[in-house]
Design a protein around this ligand. Structure first.
Ligand SMILES: CC(C)(COP(=O)(O)OP(=O)(O)OC[C@H]1O[C@@H](n2cnc3c(N)ncnc32)[C@H](O)[C@@H]1OP(=O)(O)O)[C@@H](O)C(=O)NCCC(=O)NCCS
Length: 213
């Protein structure tokens, strides 16, 4: 039986909370910000690509029954546009090949090129959960991070009661590392978060990034 996801942050807020964290780093080499290219990534069922204004209807459907759904979707699309402009990369939309519907997003909101460290996050629309789309997308994002960005360590965080998210981390091949204080604290949210990590050396990505499978 699928478990109820008890910490169902909206895509807008889950991304904004992640980006609001003080541990966020723009990609910097010395003090110079590096702007990255954002490639389209592909998996068996998904095309991972930038979220654009014409996605408004699909993104609005991520907020079923919410009268402010369209406004939240527009905010998210505006936020994505700003991210693509400033960082070069931002949330990747998860587009299902079969229907061309955009069903969620994932990204690398925290990156530190000098430390070769990154953090992944993800969201799947309520109506599309339980089909393994999040792990399918994020495994491809891990490959991109290790192979193309040269990262050596990628982490993800979730609230302790967010079992669905923790399962995604496990399916990505990550292992539990620690329980940390949420920084900054968020009213109404868990004070602690679980941190899961994966190291490039424990994946089958070659050191030169040439043959990820
Ligand atoms: C966490 C989330 C991305 C999982 O995406 P997904 O594509 O449903 O992932 P999976 O299909 O691999 O399911 C993962 C787990 O979710 C649970 N699950 C399954 N069906 C589910 C459903 N319909 N609704 C909620 N959770 C479900 C199961 O525990 C499953 O693990 P299992 O396959 O071992 O049974 C999605 O639930 C989501 O977007 N949640 C809200 C945002 C969020 O929590 N993001 C992570 C922030 S850290």
């Amino acid at each position: 039986m699928p478990q109820e996801n008890t910490h169902d942050l909206s895509p807008y807020w889950s991304i904004r909370l992640a980006l609001g964290s003080p541990i966020r780093r723009f990609l910097r080499k010395d003090q110079e910000q590096v702007k990255l290219d954002m490639p389209v990534l592909e998996t068996a069922r998904l095309v991972l690509r930038p979220i654009v204004p014409s996605d408004l209807n699909d993104v609005s459907a991520w907020f079923p029954g919410d009268p402010d759904g369209a406004a939240k979707a527009q905010n998210l699309i505006d936020f994505c546009a700003a991210e693509y402009c400033v960082r070069g990369i931002g949330p990747w939309g998860m587009q299902l090949r079969a229907t061309r519907k955009l069903l969620g997003n994932c990204g690398l909101p925290h990156l530190d090129v000098r430390k070769r460290w990154g953090e992944v996050n993800y969201f799947v629309a309520p109506q599309a959960r339980g089909q393994g789309l999040a792990p399918e997308a994020t495994i491809e994002l891990l490959r991109f991070g290790f192979r193309d960005l040269g990262l050596t360590r990628i982490q993800a965080r979730c609230d302790p009661e967010n079992w669905s998210s923790e399962r995604v981390m496990q399916k990505m091949g990550m292992t539990f590392e620690s329980l940390v204080d949420r920084r900054p604290p968020v009213k109404g949210a868990s004070a602690k978060q679980k941190v899961y990590t994966i190291l490039r050396e424990t994946t089958n990505t070659a050191p030169d990034g040439s043959t990820p499978t």
